[in-house]
Design a protein around this ligand. Sequence first.
Ligand SMILES: [Zn+2]
Ligand SMILES: [Zn+2]
Length: 143
Amino acid sequence: MSSEKGNAKRSRPQKYKNLHGFKNTLHDTSRRTKQINSIEVKDCCARCTEIIEWKIKYKKYKLLAAPRKCVRCEEKTVKQAYTVACNSCAEKLKICAKCNQEKDKVAQSGLSAAEEASQAAQMEQELKALPERKRRKCEDDSS
Ligand SMILES: [Zn+2]
Ligand SMILES: [Zn+2]
């Protein structure tokens, strides 16, 4: 009985082929979402990168309308949302573009590259599971 019902629910049209691993475009295929999804967090410490990545994944990320003034070189060169320093200053001074602290210092309490990678992979998996879980919940509710 319920198996037929499940079949009917699956006839959702798939208009776009998702080239990215993540599927937060499942219900939102707008250009802005795609653009945000393609963002790579740069020149931030592990913690800040994580924070921004979560914003991207859960669609809390807002793009900068215009470049902001960098706290270091005072040029309007900050193009990355949520950051206070521009990429070239962050690279040159080895600081995090978001919290404006020396990366080496921040890294003390942070993660090693390997840990970081494994955490990123874990996050990826969690996110992959998320829309599915949500979908299942929706189906449960409506049936
Ligand atoms: Zn700068
Ligand atoms: Zn930081």
